[in-house]
Design a protein around this ligand. Structure first.
Ligand SMILES: *Cc1c(COP(=O)(O)O)cnc(C)c1O
Length: 388
């Protein structure tokens, strides 16, 4: 391996994740260390790994990979995406103000609401694409801002650089949930964010067989503080899950490239189809966040939502799909569809759902690696069944 470290293309970093890092045998695929504890030479010299909650060699490889990809000083692998969302909240004290997106991931909304109710901090849920709402919220001198862009399920785009500039002026930390983009398509630390959060369950692992999360901190001292809390609370990820995620992440850039190309093509076909009332995809010129997305993303991603015409029969639409699976979650190799109204966003009040643009005929798609023609044939047949 070359000694002076030169930055490589992310696809190379991804492909080489953990490869030949085994100090014992130069194993190409790194070993999975399951041991909970590690031997000491003497009672005063702490070994590199002592107890597996504090550190594990397999998890460390994934943490190094994620830190490198996001351009941060420190990665922390957590048990789930929700554990990763919860980790930076440990920085907040009672009375601190946290700004969060009103349309953030449902589990995030639930966690922030529940902790705020217990006075762990005060949370202001706002539309972060609304400048007046941002002005009002930042007037409250927040301690932290949480961003999530593109949002779910309408793929609304928040201008990261604008929120970061406001946060810096207010002396607030910026944390961003980068799950929908992955480090391949969006680099929030380079745009000035302090903390990046992932549900690695989604694109990073990409194979729908592991639930996991990660936090990457831009600077070392913040990384230390978060790693201290992760060890203290024990929210860390399991070695087996890290092993599987390292295996999945090596193909992230090729998966992303193919999945977003197919998603872009399907978005255009759906957009031109009279059986579809509206398509939400940041790659479409008609999308309100198109310009910002073009500026801050390296691509438009593989998530899209489509609102069928109002008299469409969504039960028939879903039943007629043969290739695309009806299931929650996203970011895997396989195409999934869900109906946010009765599935992922069922916990929202009906009026709040409608106000957010989530109609009963809105379908959210996570586009996978299947052939584009086969996916379109599936959608075309299902639309014929629904609007018939
Ligand atoms: C899935 C998801 C989470 C939660 O992650 P889990 O791994 O399910 O705990 C958080 N944020 C976003 C954007 C997600 O899609």
């Amino acid at each position: 391996m070359s000694s002076p470290k030169e930055p490589k293309n992310p696809s190379t970093e991804l492909c080489r994740a953990g490869v030949v890092k085994d100090p014992a045998y130069k194993a190409v695929s790194p070993p999975l260390y399951l041991s909970t504890t590690f031997g000491w030479d003497d009672a005063t010299t702490r070994p590199p790994f002592d107890y597996a909650r504090s550190g594990n060699p397999t998890r460390a490889l994934l943490e190094e990979t994620l830190a490198e990809l996001e351009g941060g000083a420190r990665g922390i692998v957590c048990a789930t995406g929700m554990a990763a969302i919860g980790l930076p909240l440990t920085i907040l004290s009672p009375g601190d103000v946290l700004i969060a997106p009103h349309d953030c991931y449902g589990g995030t909304h639930r966690l922030l609401t529940a902790l705020a109710k217990k006075n762990h901090f005060e949370v202001l849920f706002i539309d972060q694409t609304d400048k007046a709402a941002l002005d009002a919220a930042f007037a409250r001198t927040p301690k932290m801002v949480l961003i999530e862009t593109p949002s779910n399920p309408l793929l609304r785009i928040t201008d990261i650089a604008d929120v970061v500039a406001r946060a810096k002026k207010a002396g607030a930390l910026t944390a961003i949930d980068n799950t929908f983009m992955s480090p391949v398509l969006q680099q929030p630390l380079a745009l000035g964010c302090d903390i990046v959060i992932h549900s690695t369950t989604k694109y990073i692992n990409g194979h729908s067989d592991i639930v996991g999360g990660a936090v990457v901190a831009k600077d070392a001292s913040l990384g230390e503080e978060l790693a201290w809390w992760a060890n203290c609370m024990g929210v860390i990820g399991a070695p087996f899950d890290s092993f599987m995620t390292l295996r999945g992440i090596r193909t992230l850039s090729v998966r992303m490239e193919r999945q977003q190309a197919t998603a872009g093509a399907l978005a255009e076909r759906l957009d031109a189809d009279p059986r579809v009332a509206r398509v939400y995809y940041p790659g479409l010129k008609s999308h309100p966040g198109h310009e910002v997305a073009t500026r801050q993303q390296n691509g438009f991603g593989a998530m899209l939502s489509a609102e069928l015409v109002s008299d469409a029969d969504t039960d028939k639409f879903l039943a007629a799909l043969d290739v695309i699976t009806l299931a929650e979650s996203l970011g895997g190799f396989e195409s999934l569809v869900c109906l946010p109204d009765s599935m992922t966003h069922a916990g929202m009040a009906p009026e709040a759902r409608l106000e957010a643009g989530i109609t009963p005929t809105l379908a959210r798609f996570s586009i996978g690696l299947e052939d584009e023609g086969d996916l379109w044939a599936d959608l075309d047949a299902a639309l014929a069944a629904a609007v018939g």
